[in-house]
Design a protein around this ligand. Sequence first.
Ligand code: GTP
Ligand code: MG
Length: 198
Amino acid sequence: MKITSAEFLISNTDISKCPEPKFPEYAFIGRSNVGKSSLINMVCERNKLAKTSGTPGKTQLINHFLINKEIYFVDLPGYGFAKSSKQNRNIWSKFTHNFLKTRENLLCTFVLLDSRLPPQKVDLEFMEWLGKNRIPFVMIFTKIDKLSSSILNKNITSYKKEMLKIWEALPQVILSSATTKHGKDEFWNLIEQTNASF
Ligand code: GTP
Ligand code: MG
C-alpha cells in the first residue's frame, strides 16, 4: 500500500473520546519496549509519527493515528512494565481491556512479541484473554535484525509449540524489523485483505 498520509489524531484514556469509529481500526499491543511505536513508524514510512524510546513505558495512553485518511492505527501502552506501580498497571489493564472489548471498528489486534525471548507468561496470558473474548489477533515478532536466522527459527518454533498447548490452531505470524523494514509488505497485505471485511 502506498502511504499518502499518516497523522496523529488524539491521545486519551477515555474510550468515549476516541475518534468516531467510522474507519477500520488496528491496535498494536505488547510488552513495554517490544517495539510497538517503532513498528507503526516503519510501516507508515515515518520516523517520528509514534514516539519511541529506549526507556520502557513511553506510550501511556491510547494514541490514535489516521493513515491515508481511511485506516486508524492505535498505539497502546505496553504491559508488563515492572517499574510502573501496581495501581498504574491496574488502570492500564482496565482501560485497554475495555477498549479492546468494546471498540466496534477494531478489526484486528497486533500482539507484538520480542523475537529474542522465549515465550513469556504475560504474553501467553494476554493472548489467551484475547481468545476468550473472541478478539481477532495476529502475532508479530519484532527486532528480528538482532538475532541470527537459526536462533530466530528456534525461538519461533518454541513459541508456536507453547501456543499449541493452549490453542487448536495458531493465528497468523509475521516477522518484523523496524531497522531492516522486514515484514512491511506482508503487514500491508494483511491490512488490505482485512479491510475488505469492514
Ligand atoms: P513502550 O511505548 O514503552 O511500551 O515501548 P514500545 O513497544 O512502543 O517500543 P519502542 O518502539 O519505543 O522501541 C523500544 C526500543 O527498541 C527503541 O530503542 C527502539 O529503537 C528499539 N527497537 C524497536 N524495534 C526495533 C527493531 O526492529 N530492531 C531494533 N534493532 N531495535 C528496535
Ligand atoms: Mg510506544
